[in-house]
Design a protein around this ligand. Structure first.
Ligand SMILES: *[C@@H]1O[C@H](CO)[C@@H](O)[C@H](O)[C@H]1NC(C)=O
Ligand SMILES: *[C@@H]1O[C@H](CO)[C@@H](O)[C@H](O)[C@H]1NC(C)=O
Ligand SMILES: *[C@@H]1O[C@H](CO)[C@@H](O)[C@H](O)[C@H]1NC(C)=O
Ligand SMILES: *[C@@H]1O[C@H](CO)[C@@H](O)[C@H](O)[C@H]1NC(C)=O
Ligand SMILES: *[C@@H]1O[C@H](CO)[C@@H](O)[C@H](O)[C@H]1NC(C)=O
Ligand SMILES: *[C@@H]1O[C@H](CO)[C@@H](O)[C@H](O)[C@H]1NC(C)=O
Ligand SMILES: *[C@@H]1O[C@H](CO)[C@@H](O)[C@H](O)[C@H]1NC(C)=O
Ligand SMILES: *[C@@H]1O[C@H](CO)[C@@H](O)[C@H](O)[C@H]1NC(C)=O
Ligand SMILES: *[C@@H]1O[C@H](CO)[C@@H](O)[C@H](O)[C@H]1NC(C)=O
Length: 453
């Protein structure tokens, strides 16, 4: 049966080949109607790109090359000449907040007061704790309502400003102090600078050597905040019930939040190994950094996460993360880990993640000087923007401006060139940059008011 069918098929091939004049007579490729590849692919052709031939016979050969760019035009909105930035949060009135990891910096949360300067926000008092080092507890920092080290600033769907404080300042620009309870905190302000809420964590939720990194808010109902603990010793997600103030950990040690132990990224085309400043100064894989950026799907159903040093994207249904593990709920931690979904590799690795109202998940792509976006409908990562001036797209903020327009703002901070990664040598160049790029979707407000957006 099989062999007679195969013979029939072979006869068909011979018969059709005989009707054509040449075996090289292929159909047109790409087929008519195929979209212009220039709209998404960073490639072009040119005569003698980079002057690589002196032979006149080759002067008109159009050689394919990589332009380094695609996507909508990015716009420089700020140049940082003072401190090194990580986070960005933009309010609908266009006010731009930013934060600076603190060594000896005199402020750690700031607002732009011109396109080249920043000012302490809400004021200098909030940015001036009574001390950094804990006199009675060497190696530890202190408990204080003031800011120690603001790692992330987020403007929520109600235009409120949240500062995430690791509670772990660096002393004299060298080592990180450990946290004591009352140091790490999430502090909320109205746009006018009035503090309306502060959440602290017990020492079994945020550990002394935790590194709380980024936060996303779901303001539906009583509300939840989701925070990454990017400590390589115990990576996890920390959840706060905003109504009760209770907090708990999930996904402890899960692959979804853990570094890839043999990760070798490539920046500006150069393979990168980590040169730590800590003795014995041995060169390492860039595997010391756990989950960093997170994004909450526009409908609040999934928390997207990727370890900083991994090219894999994961998500977890928030219904599992909202369950507080306890003796009354003993299976919650295991069920949440089992609910993690691997969405596959995304062709790069990311620091910042962000959501917009259409459902896209924007993903930094540090190896490609790019930002890509994940389409949950198709399961594909799509090209969004790429430009050689994108030098580590650290953190994102999508906003719908009252003055018109939807934008994604992002810091570009040359992170891998910082002394921590380069055995103490600073290879960064000032100014650091903030860019924005227009988006179709606006801010996903994550509130009851605009539930579906
Ligand atoms: C072979 O010839 C047929 C009939 O002329 C034509 O329709 C078909 O496109 C040809 N195939 C190829 C591969 O060119
Ligand atoms: C795509 O780019 C190439 C190189 O710049 C150019 O020659 C070609 O015309 C472009 N195609 C379209 C459809 O614009
Ligand atoms: C911005 O704030 C800084 C710090 O407070 C201050 O020194 C500077 O004069 C301000 N610049 C402008 C343009 O307001
Ligand atoms: C210093 O650390 C001790 C032990 O953790 C803690 O009890 C104390 O509150 C800390 N001091 C300050 C000023 O926070
Ligand atoms: C910071 O450096 C100064 C000057 O070298 C030194 O006096 C001080 O003890 C250091 N502080 C800490 C907490 O190590
Ligand atoms: C802050 O620390 C950095 C290095 O850690 C140093 O280059 C800079 O001069 C210091 N600034 C001040 C004001 O002490
Ligand atoms: C700040 O804004 C909040 C919320 O809009 C308001 O309740 C409060 O009165 C304002 N405070 C001041 C000092 O304007
Ligand atoms: C994702 O892809 C689908 C199918 O092509 C498309 O309809 C949709 O607009 C895309 N964007 C998002 C955010 O889903
Ligand atoms: C890193 O810096 C230290 C201190 O300057 C030096 O002793 C060591 O050789 C350096 N390591 C490498 C791999 O360059």
């Amino acid at each position: 049966m099989w062999s007679s069918l195969a013979a029939l098929a072979l006869w068909g091939i011979i018969a059709s080949a005989q009707t054509n004049s040449s075996v090289f007579d292929f159909p047109e490729y790409p087929p008519p109607g195929t979209p212009d590849p220039n709209s998404t692919l960073a490639s072009a052709v040119a005569e003698l790109p980079y002057g690589i031939s002196t032979d006149p016979a080759l002067s008109e050969a159009l050689i394919h090359y990589d332009t380094g760019t695609f996507g909508p035009q990015i716009e420089l909105v700020h140049a940082y000449y003072n401190y090194w930035p990580t986070g960005v949060g933009v309010a609908s009135d266009g006010t731009i907040f930013t934060c600076f990891p603190r060594g000896n910096e005199t402020f750690t949360l700031a607002v732009f007061n011109s396109s080249t300067t920043e000012a302490a926000w809400p004021n200098e008092e909030w940015n001036t704790p009574p001390a950094f080092a804990n006199e009675s507890n060497p190696g530890y920092s202190i408990a204080t309502e003031k800011f120690l080290f603001v790692q992330s600033v987020v403007v929520d769907g109600l235009d409120r400003v949240w500062a995430l404080d690791t509670g772990r300042p660096r002393v004299n620009g060298t080592y990180l102090l450990a946290a004591v309870p009352g140091g790490p905190k999430l502090v909320g302000f109205y746009l006018n600078g009035t503090n309306f809420a502060t959440y602290y964590f017990p020492d079994y939720v945020v550990y002394a050597d935790s590194s709380i990194n980024d936060v996303r808010f779901d303001l539906r109902g009583g509300g939840y905040a989701y925070i990454t603990d990017s400590s390589p010793y115990h990576p996890a997600v920390v959840v706060i019930d905003l109504a009760t103030g209770e907090s708990w950990r999930h996904l402890d040690g899960s692959v979804a939040v853990s570094p890839d132990p043999s990760f070798v990224p490539v920046y500006n085309g150069v393979p990168f190994y980590y040169h730590p400043i800590i003795p014995p100064n041995a060169i390492q894989f860039m595997s010391a950094f756990a989950a960093d950026g997170i994004a909450l799907s526009a409908d609040g159903e999934y928390l997207y996460v990727t370890p900083l040093t991994s090219r894999r994207l994961y998500r977890t249904p928030t219904s599992y993360l909202k369950q507080q593990p306890s003796s009354a709920n003993p299976y919650a931690a295991i069920l949440a880990k089992e609910a993690v979904q691997l969405l596959g590799e995304f062709g790069g690795h990311a620091d910042g993640l962000e959501t917009d109202s259409t459902g896209y998940i924007y993903l930094g792509s540090q190896e490609h000087n790019a930002i890509h976006r994940y389409n949950a409908t198709t399961g594909l990562v799509e090209p969004f923007i790429r430009d050689p001036v994108i030098q580590w797209a650290d953190t994102f903020s999508v906003v719908t401006l009252q003055s018109g327009g939807n934008y994604l703002y992002f810091t570009s901070n040359q992170l891998w060139l910082a002394p921590d990664y380069q055995n103490g040598t600073d290879l960064r160049t000032k100014p650091y940059a903030m860019f924005r790029v227009p988006t179709v979707g606006g801010r996903a407000t994550q509130t009851d008011l605009h539930n579906e957006e």
